[in-house]
Design a binder for this molecule. Sequence first.
Ligand code: GDP
Ligand code: MG
Length: 175
Amino acid sequence: EHVQEKIDYVYKVVVIGDSAVGKTQLLSRFTKNEFCFDSKSTIGVEFQTRTVTINNKVIKAQIWDTAGQERYRAVTSAYYRGALGAMLVYDITKRPTFDHVAKWVEELRAHADNSIVIMLIGNKADLVYQRAVPTEDAVEFAEDQGLYFSETSALSGDNVDTAFLRLLEEINGVI
Ligand code: GDP
Ligand code: MG
């Protein structure tokens, strides 16, 4: 029998970063524990949700996905409106996607709330032999910019829950 849960808070989280870094797959791993091998670039759904309990509060994470606008640097300010957290994703096998992270931070500083909690994510950590971004480079950048950081694999699921839950806990701490 389904028991209606009482939701204490809804946290909007946006997922951003270059095209093809694995944003949509990270979101589907966290919300449905799924990975889709033949995913198309657009899924046509604005956000997915997952409800978690943090500090005895029932929190509905409402996680927004782009519909491919990042390809044209056309993510609108409406996308960022009301966001309490951001997952800023790059691909550890594609150096340019890491080099563009600074641009995405600027984008967040320009369009999102000042208090937004940002988690830098190096995704595709399962592709160890194709690594192009050393972990230390990302750690240094994250410390410099005041971001949280984790490496994940949406494919294996490694660290995905941990990273999202960490972000939600940090949001819970600033509210
Ligand atoms: P998006 O454009 O950032 O939303 O990227 P997608 O989620 O559509 O993923 C882009 C491509 O990377 C797809 O072919 C995925 O199957 C693949 N991919 C996503 N995450 C991972 C991962 O953790 N490991 C590996 N090996 N491939 C991944
Ligand atoms: Mg996508």
